[in-house]
Design a protein around this ligand. Structure first.
Ligand code: NAD
Length: 360
């Protein structure tokens, strides 16, 4: 490839600034424009990243710019409009982040708009994109540990669509399966009846398309993430590179094995970096994204199914859900952004690239 992909960042708050850093580091991408609603922050990030093409929102940006890639890094409420605007403006690829919107029909509209226009629709900063998570999944898929016998989800509580979408994305990757049915129990009642996922703890069971039944534990037990197992191995993801156990000692306990992961191409990159590298690779060569818009949708759909299964008396709900008008809102920070919560990023912090307020 000789030319660089041009990139527009839509929403340049804390996470959007991370995206800009990664795209400015890579040799084959160039950030050419930023849309940012907050005028002081817009000026600050323009200065920090050396970008003069600055706009209030996606609509204004696409009136003047034709980037190859749009990175939509907005609070949930604003994602749909920007993703659809990007697809209609003729980008080659658009990415967004989690948790994606709140209403299934809104996510369907984004996925469909991108599909119809041949626009690659990627997800973003999810643990599923971590190099080691992807490599462990490749080992599983290659049969290195034998056929899977089970899977479990742990600590899927507190915010099942917000942070909880990480679990679903890794579960589907490790099992190479879709969730086909959900049955759930939820508490406290107040959280279950709320439109938001804040504080809702879900226990239940997912039925998977490969025939496995996956217990779901809402609270922290000895694990917090996702485990899958075969006859003699167990692979556990818990917000770090997956831990692998294979075989049993003379007491019958599992033995942790130290199988080395391939070093990263860009060692300083977190999983946002590997997610973006996968997006660029698929744009260039085709293939399977580490995280797709579809993956974000499946995470939301599992969370919505669990909430309504629990609310309606632990009824088993088949996926895909028939009623696409069902919703589940994340907490205000994720839905409306830091400026509408108590986590405003100051101009100084935006200039310095500081993610969260200093603790004194
Ligand atoms: N995947 C992850 O690990 C992860 C981490 C942090 C945040 N997030 C998600 O990413 C989203 C953004 O998070 P953040 O921490 O960057 O929030 P933030 O509030 O710091 O940034 C959002 C930015 O978008 C701007 N904005 C809002 N509406 C806009 C619009 N219509 N057009 C242009 N700009 C607009 C705001 O002014 C703000 O600067 C949230 O939904 C959050 O849940 C994901």
């Amino acid at each position: 490839m000789t030319e660089k992909y041009t990139v527009a960042i839509i929403g340049c708050g804390r996470l959007g600034q991370h995206y800009a850093e990664v795209y400015q580091t890579l040799p084959n991408t160039e950030v050419i424009a930023i849309a940012e609603y907050n005028p002081e922050r817009r000026k600050a990030v323009g200065e920090r990243f050396g970008i003069s093409a600055l706009y209030q929102d996606a609509e204004a940006l696409f009136r003047h710019q034709s980037p190859d890639i749009a990175a939509v890094v907005l609070p949930g409420k604003f994602i749909k409009e920007a993703v659809i605007a990007a697809a209609q403006a003729g980008v080659k690829g658009v990415s967004t982040d989690k948790p994606i919107e709140a209403r299934l029909s809104d996510v369907d509209a984004m996925v469909e708009e991108c599909e119809e226009r041949g626009v690659l629709f990627a997800g973003g900063n999810l643990q599923r994109a971590m190099g080691e998570v992807q490599e462990a999944a490749r080992w599983l898929r290659a049969g290195d540990y034998g056929p899977l016998r089970g899977a479990s989800v742990h600590n899927w509580g507190g915010e099942i669509s917000g942070g909880g979408c990480q679990h679903i994305a890794v579960l589907r990757l490790f099992t190479h399966a879709e969730i086909t049915e959900v049955i759930a129990w939820g508490h406290p009642q107040e959280a279950l009846e709320s439109a938001e996922d804040t504080g809702l703890v879900i226990n239940g069971q997912f039925q998977l398309s490969n025939g496995l039944s996956c217990p779901v534990f809402g609270s922290a037990s000895d694990r917090k993430g996702v485990a899958v197992w075969s006859d003699d191995a167990l692979i556990s993801w818990d917000w770090d590179p997956p831990t692998i156990f294979q075989g049993f000692d003379d007491k019958g306990a599992r033995i942790a094995v130290d199988r080395p992961y391939t070093p990263l191409e860009y060692p300083r990159f977190s999983y946002l970096g590997t997610s973006i590298l996968s997006f660029l690779d698929v744009l260039e060569n085709g293939g399977e994204l580490y995280v797709s818009g579809h993956d974000l949708r499946q995470s939301l759909e599992a969370a919505i199914a669990a909430k309504y299964s629990a609310l309606w008396g632990s009824v088993p709900l088949k996926l895909p859900l028939q009623d696409r008008s069902l919703t589940l809102y994340p907490r205000p920070y994720r839905w409306l952004g830091g400026d509408h919560d108590d986590r405003v990023q100051t101009v100084e912090e935006a200039l310095e690239g500081q993610l969260f307020p200093r603790t004194s």
